[in-house]
Design a protein around this ligand. Sequence first.
Ligand code: C2E
Ligand code: MG
Ligand code: MG
Ligand code: MG
Length: 300
Amino acid sequence: KAKEQGKARFKVFNQKMHEQALRIMELESELRRAVERREIQVYYQPIVDLARQRIHGFEALSRWIHPRHGFIPPSEFIPLAEDTGLIAPLGAEVLRTACTTLLAWHQLFMANGLTEEADLPRMSVNISGKQFLQPSLVGEIQAILAETGLDPQYLTLEITENVLMINAEGAGSMLAKLKRLGVCVSMDDFGTGYSSLSYLRQFPIDHIKIDRGFVSSCDEDAESFAIIKTVLSLGAALGMEVVAEGVETVGQLGLLVDKGCQYGQGYLFSRPLPPEEMKAFIMQHMTSPHAAFDELTRQR
Ligand code: C2E
Ligand code: MG
Ligand code: MG
Ligand code: MG
C-alpha cells in the first residue's frame, strides 16, 4: 500500500516536473520570439530627490505581457533570458528603448524651462550578472548611446553586489571601461548579497540602492532602521549617494528625509508605469512636489 502510494506520488511529482519543463521550454521559444518581435515592454518608475522634492530620474523595468500566460515577472524571464543567450539582445533593446524615452522626456522638461543639466532627469537600467560579464557589453552600450544621442552622464547602470564578487578582477576592469564611457554605476539591492564593505571602496560605484527589504520595515523595525542609517553614513563617507528602494509609506519617507537619504523610489510615489502613463506623472510633478511631501508636512 505504502509502496503504491509512493508510486502514485512519484507519478504526480513526475507529471508536475514534466509540465513545468514543458512550460519552460515553451516560454523559452516564446521569449525568443518576443525579443525578436520587440514584445517586451519597458515600464518606468520615478526616483525622487528627497531634498529638492522633485523627479530625479527613472528606473527602466522590463515587462513581458504574454498573450496566453499574461504577466510574467522579470524574476522569471530574466533568468530564462540569461540561460538561453537572449539576455544580450533583450538588454540591448531595453537600453535602446529607455534612452530614447528619456530623450523625449528631456524635451518635456526643457519645454517647461528646465534646461539646466542638473534639472534634467536620469535613466537607470538594470544589467544582470551574465550580461555584465560579456566583453561585448561596453561596445554595445557605446553604440546605443551614439545611435540615440543620449549624453552618457544621464545613464546609470544598476548591478548587484554579487556580480562584483563572482569575478572581482573582471568586474573591476569592466567598471573602469564603463566609467570611461561616462555613465554612472549603481549598486542595486545593497545589503542582500555577499559583498564585503571593502569591495565598495575598491570599485568606482556612484550610488548605493538600499534594498527594499530594509526600507519597507524601517518604520516598524529598529534593526532595519539601524541598517539604513549605517548605509547612509557609509555612503556619506565614501562619497556615494544613496537611493532607498521600495518606499511605501509617509512614515518611511519621514525617516529617510530626517536621516538625509538623497533619493527615494517606491509605490508611495508611483508604481512602475508604461511610458504614456509615466508621461502624465511627469507633467503633474515636473514642477510641483508629490502629494506625499504635503502629507508628511501635515503629519508633523
Ligand atoms: P530591482 O532592480 O531591484 O527593481 C526594483 C523592483 O522593486 C521592481 O520589481 C519594482 O517594481 C519593485 N518595487 C519598486 N517599488 C516598490 C515598492 O514600493 N513596493 C514593492 N513591493 N515593490 C517595489 P520588478 O519590476 O518586478 O523587477 C524585479 C527585478 O527584475 C529588478 O529588481 C531587476 O533586478 C530585474 N529586472 C527588471 N527589469 C530588468 C531588465 O530590463 N534587465 C535586467 N537585467 N533585470 C531586470
Ligand atoms: Mg534595479
Ligand atoms: Mg533593487
Ligand atoms: Mg530589489
